[in-house]
Design a binder for this molecule. Structure first.
Ligand code: GLC
Ligand code: CA
Length: 585
């Protein structure tokens, strides 16, 4: 009998990633070891003990590959090489080893919807129509309007603004780029291109011992062959968002199954895809373990709750919608053979206390950090914590000028408003205010280690502004403060492990759905242990009688400390966990 080639699901070791909490490291902004102002791999290695001390189990490294950095490394020019300022290939191998030495797992980012335009594959592809790699990317002839002007093949808008098609003078065709024009989309219909991706981007690193991948933009590899126009989402606009067409395209699931068969399934690893299908059925097509595609998805739904208007605190967020959103993704656990995730921050978002709670005062920041820690840590599925979230770093303050924003998406957006409104000061103010809330820059500013110059991130000049709040909000200050956000995270991750039957694997039911101030839900383990979680999403005390839900219960944990909890009420931004005692006759 041949053993160990195609592993059966039962033989896979899944507990480590189901129960583990992931700590996301953004390499350029975590820790600089050599004073050039850019975070690097030796810097990360020097902080692994810290990551371990938070109680997290798995390190997710955002892209550290060779890249011209048009989109902070999500534009890769060589999958098998390291971005030089981050360190050497040996540093990277050492990082894997040093994680494993500490009992930490490590996963890398897998960015294969597109490469950089500086990748050798694309350089060859664009060199001539007859090049062997021409078909590895998506090339189309021009169209012409009634006046005979050259126009792109369809109306798709890039996610970073402007047309998703770039004209190539040299070979007189357009190529597709759903993101920046320096990020050409790979043609996933081409078998050779797929094989090259498996070999260079996936197997190469699995052979070097990493424990899995976070899969970038996992929904959009397969585009319909006829490249139809996107339906009008914004009336009257020439360019339209192509999501509805490119998400879960015709061959996407075949592709993921092939990727799993030819690469993932040969190793005991985890895979998490970035993508948010619109229904449970569609989600299960990715994450149902019987389909052998990927293990779990990140949902954008929670993070989209405050995007429509410039919401200020969670008080402005539709609480009923929030409860539905949480339930929609939580019901995967315990009720299906899929799995889920929960995160409040990543490198593409603003900071959670500024968006979903309050960053108004030191007291509010401390409360909010712990409050959101309870929200997150009581969720079933795999948790993802983003660097700095554990100490409650808020968004960059309003005073930080637009020039300090470095993200290509922020810059494109701001410039588009500038152009469209011919520098209208009111429009620009509004644009800045929007960025103030949701820009990706807030998460990308350097980690705050201590109160020394540049937050202990670098001895040189940081590549991006450090949040001026760092003398107050930093790891060193929170280490010795028993009530700090950091120490609360440590506490609640221990608590989560201790009660994993309920906290990690439990099924969630929302109670009191119409309540617009408090989010109450229960989590029940398979054996019938039940916790009741209540979160007061307002900055006022509210009357709250837990007896309405359970005649007998014990307080297990309060985000403001069990001794400060007052029965019969919830304090501003207080989160509590009770155990419910069922009657036994
Ligand atoms: C994902 C990444 C984001 C990047 C984009 C293009 O959304 O998280 O940072 O800009 O893909 O690769
Ligand atoms: Ca450096």
């Amino acid at each position: 009998m041949v053993l160990g080639f195609f592993k059966k699901e039962q033989e896979r070791n899944t507990a480590w990633w189901r129960e583990g909490t992931v700590y996301q490291v953004y390499p350029s902004s975590f820790k600089d070891s050599n004073g050039d102002g850019i975070g690097d791999i030796p810097g990360i290695i020097s902080k692994l003990d810290y990551i371990k001390s938070v109680g997290t189990d798995i390190v997710w490294l955002s892209p550290h590959y060779k890249s011209p950095q048009v989109d902070m490394g999500y534009d890769i020019s060589d999958y098998k090489a390291i971005h030089e300022p981050y360190g050497t290939f040996d540093d990277c191998i050492k990082l894997i080893q040093e994680c494993h030495d500490r009992g930490l797992k490590i996963i890398f980012d897998l960015v294969v919807n597109h490469t950089s335009d500086q990748h050798e594959w694309f350089k060859q592809s664009r060199s001539s129509k007859s090049n062997a790699k021409r078909d590895w990317y998506i090339w189309k002839p021009a169209k012409y309007d009634e006046q005979g002007n050259r126009i792109p093949p369809n109306n798709w808008e890039s996610y970073f603004g402007g047309s998703a098609w770039e004209w190539d003078e040299e070979t007189q065709e357009y190529y597709l780029h759903l993101f920046a024009k320096e990020q050409p989309d790979i043609n996933w219909r081409n078998l050779q291109a797929r094989e090259a991706i498996y070999k260079d981007a996936i197997l190469f690193w699995l052979d070097r011992g990493i424990d899995g991948f976070r899969i970038d933009t996992v929904q959009i590899y397969s585009k319909p062959e006829d490249f139809p126009d996107a339906p009008e989402r914004v009336p009257g606009q020439k360019l339209q968002n192509p999501s509805i067409i490119v998400e879960t395209g015709p061959q996407l699931h075949e592709i993921l199954q092939e990727m799993n068969r030819k690469a993932f399934s040969k190793y005991d690893i985890m895979t998490v895809g970035e993508g948010s299908p619109p229904s449970l059925e569609k989600t299960l097509e990715y994450v149902s373990s019987s389909r052998h595609e990927i293990d779990m998805l990140f949902s954008f739904d929670f993070g989209a709750l405050d995007h429509r208007e410039i919401a200020h605190t969670l008080n402005d967020i539709d609480m009923v919608e929030m409860k539905e959103t949480v339930y929609r993704w939580q019901r995967l656990v315990g009720k299906t053979d899929g799995w889920t995730t929960f995160f409040l921050e990543n490198h593409d978002s603003g900071r959670s206390i500024s968006r979903f709670a309050s960053d108004a005062t030191p007291e509010a920041r401390n409360r909010s950090t712990k409050f959101l820690a309870v929200l997150q840590a009581t969720m079933s599925g795999t948790l993802y914590l983003y660097q700095g979230q554990e100490i409650g770093i808020p968004n960059l303050p309003d005073e930080v000028p637009i020039e300090e924003y470095k993200d290509v998406n922020s810059i494109n957006y701001y410039n588009a408003v500038k152009e469209d409104t011919k520098n209208d000061p009111d429009a620009l103010k509004k644009a800045k205010k929007y960025l103030q809330k949701v820009a990706r820059d807030h998460a990308r500013s350097p980690m705050q280690w201590d109160a020394s110059k540049h937050s202990g991130f670098t001895d040189g000049e940081p590549w991006m502004i450090v949040n001026p709040i760092y003398p107050e909000v930093n790891v060193a200050a929170q280490e010795w403060d028993a009530d700090s956000g950091l120490n609360f995270w440590r506490h609640i991750l221990k608590f989560r492990r201790q009660h994993k039957d309920v906290m990690v694997y439990g099924t969630l039911e929302v109670l009191d759905k119409e309540n617009t101030k408090v989010f109450t839900f229960t989590k029940a383990s398979e054996s019938g242990r039940t916790f009741l979680v209540a979160l007061n999403f307002t900055d006022k005390a509210v009357d709250y009688d837990v007896d309405q839900f359970a005649s007998k219960s014990t307080l297990l944990l309060s985000s403001i400390g069990n001794v400060h909890h007052k029965s019969g009420s919830l304090q501003p931004l207080e989160a509590v966990i009770f155990e419910i005692h069922h009657h036994h006759h």
